[in-house]
Ligand binder design. Sequence first.
Ligand code: ADP
Ligand code: MG
Length: 239
Amino acid sequence: MSAVLSLRGVTKRFGGLVAVNAMDFDVAEHEVLGLIGPNGSGKSTTLNLISGALPVTSGAIALRGSPITQLPAQDIARRGIARTFQLVRLLPSMSVLENVMAGAVFGHRRRWGYEAEAVAQTMLEQVGLAGRGHMAVGQLTYIDTKRVELARVLAGEPRVVLLDEWLAGLNPTELEEGVALIRALRDEGRTIILVEHVMDAIRSLCDRCVVMASGTKIAEGTPAEVLADPEVIRAYLGD
Ligand code: ADP
Ligand code: MG
């Protein structure tokens, strides 16, 4: 497997707590990798380490074989890793379009001016927000703020997309739309790490899953394999 992204022995301590413990996994080109596990198992922290939002305590992270382990977050974004946050983070004083343009300006291709706007408009269409670029972010419904965040990520023209519970908090109709949106990204051949709790979405979207519990990888395989694994079931039942 030619890995786009690889983690080797990646560990993060917060004082005495080992939030991520010697994580090893690869993400192949065009793969949708589910990163799953109970609350507090270290999924968001793992994304924070990959995106450079937090420094690793030890271990190595590589993008297409080049180490990115101790790079600042903005350099990692430049190299093509873009992420959404579990709690949506947008620039509230800027319009929808400006928020998405920011993704293009600070992303992998460093688009500027008209080019950044053109990319942003394309991505707004892709997430179903065509014609709403002029709106203030504060006027949007919750799902639309999530769409804007996804458009911002895509506007960076990333090589790897990290989605942290992007489907969380959606009602059943929105969830269907959200799953369809991610499926479209998958069909485009994007490389994605999907941190998710919605089991149906995991089953239908992921090629492979890595399961974490208490910071450690406890299983890896197809969704069907890991969701039938007794250790995974035990971890989710919480004993
Ligand atoms: P998940 O996303 O799987 O729910 P997290 O990665 O958010 O889990 O958290 C893993 C563990 O690390 C939890 O015990 C959490 O309280 C702890 N943790 C996360 N971020 C920090 C931080 N910045 N400082 C201290 N502890 C943290
Ligand atoms: Mg989390």
